[in-house]
Design a protein around this ligand. Structure first.
Ligand SMILES: [Zn+2]
Ligand SMILES: [Zn+2]
Ligand SMILES: [Zn+2]
Length: 380
């Protein structure tokens, strides 16, 4: 491992540090998620992805047909599609699909056995289905998180040979006070849905009568899990079509062919925009042990990337990083990152409860009274 998690001090907590130097654009590390799941609406709207790693299960052509609504669409260069249909398998009890036998085995051994709906007596509707539905009614697209991530986390503990070890792993993420958890849980769901937290908690409790996880379905325990996914959940997305686009762009084509292909792709995205709008990808959320140890900076030296069209995360250096240097990522989106210091601080405080003291913020501290125009339009 070329990075390490180090304790900085009691106010800053932990951070991620380079154990060797990295050059710009190099991959610092890659990691599989502790748990991942597709967003509820995304799955319900038939964005077909592996239930374990989110790899697309449609061919690029099927993907393009669904997104354009044109069932006769033919994609040229079909050899550039990376989806392997012949390895797709499904759970024989409940029918959820996986991209490969490996994913089915991993899912079953880690968490799926406990929550497979096919193995439960279905007297009416199962608490897990009600939970998913309740979450969808609170959390409309564009989605940013999923209560089903908590379901998988708890399942992992239940299925682990050493549940105490699994619990201590999860508690590493939870280091906040009760009041902080409260604020973060309400922020995640939106303040108008505060009554719903207990409904979600009760359903979670019904779905998990297991002795080992009872500490996580108490009022406080459940809020700390909501705070955990709210602050550490990393968005992730995959797409058969964008993989195809990236593969065809590597083909050695003659000028005319290249021009035709570019025109075809432009038209394709225009048609998708007309028919589907901006929801192009299979989307979900995941938790990563190493990546979540990285602190925020408004001038980050690394960024999260998904280079394998699944939930395997790659952390990529944005500039040269020296041995011993702390590795920072940005918790803010590209757009928010460009805003004024005041604006960034408000976002970080509301969503992560900390005051940013990064290099950029300290420098801009001197210009405290200069704020960008949009700040005045924001409801506080
Ligand atoms: Zn998979
Ligand atoms: Zn199943
Ligand atoms: Zn900052």
């Amino acid at each position: 491992m070329d990075v390490e998690i180090r304790f900085i001090d009691s106010s800053k907590g932990k951070g991620l540090f380079a154990k060797k130097s990295f050059s710009e654009r190099s991959v610092i590390f890659e990691e599989e998620p502790l748990v991942a799941c597709q967003f509820s609406w995304n799955a319900k709207c038939k964005y077909r992805a592996c239930d374990h790693c989110l790899r697309p299960l449609e061919t690029a052509e099927e993907n393009a047909r669904r997104l354009t609504g044109n069932t006769n669409l033919i994609l040229p260069y079909p050899e550039c599609c990376t989806t392997k249909k012949d390895t797709i398998v499904s759970c024989e009890k409940c029918g959820v699909e996986y991209c490969s036998p490996d994913c089915l085995t991993s899912a079953n051994s880690q968490y799926h056995q406990t929550i497979c709906l096919g193995t439960h007596e279905r007297n009416g509707i199962h608490p897990l289905e009600l939970l998913d539905e309740a979450w969808r009614n609170i959390h409309f697209p564009p989605e940013t998180n999923s209560v089903m991530l908590i379901v998988r986390l708890l399942s992992r503990i239940v299925q682990c040979d050493d549940p105490q070890l699994a619990i201590s792993q999860i508690l590493q993420f939870c280091h906040r006070t009760v009041n902080e958890d409260n604020a973060l849980a309400h922020k995640l769901l939106g303040y108008k849905f505060s009554d719903q937290i207990d409904k979600l908690r009760t359903l979670m409790q019904q779905a998990f009568p297991h002795e080992t996880i009872q500490q996580f379905v108490t009022v406080e325990g459940f809020k700390s899990l909501l705070a955990l996914i709210g602050t550490n959940g990393q968005g992730t997305g995959t797409s058969a079509l964008s993989q195809w686009v990236s593969e065809v762009s590597k083909l050695p084509l003659a000028d005319l062919e290249k021009t035709n292909l570019d025109q075809f792709i432009d038209k394709l995205y225009q048609d998708i925009d007309d028919h589907t709008g901006s929801f192009l990808n299979n989307e979900g959320v995941a938790l990563y042990m190493l990546q979540s140890a990285a602190n925020h900076s408004c001038l980050p030296n690394a960024e999260v990337s998904f280079l394998h069209n699944n939930t395997k995360l790659s952390l990529v250096a944005l500039r040269d990083i020296n041995e011993g240097e702390e590795i920072f990522i940005s918790y803010l989106g590209e757009c928010d990152l460009q805003r004024s210091r005041v604006s960034r601080h408000r976002e970080l405080m509301e969503n992560y409860l900390f005051e940013c003291e990064c290099e950029k913020c300290l420098k801009e501290c001197d210009n405290f009274y200069i704020t960008s125009d949009e700040d005045e339009d924001i409801d506080v």
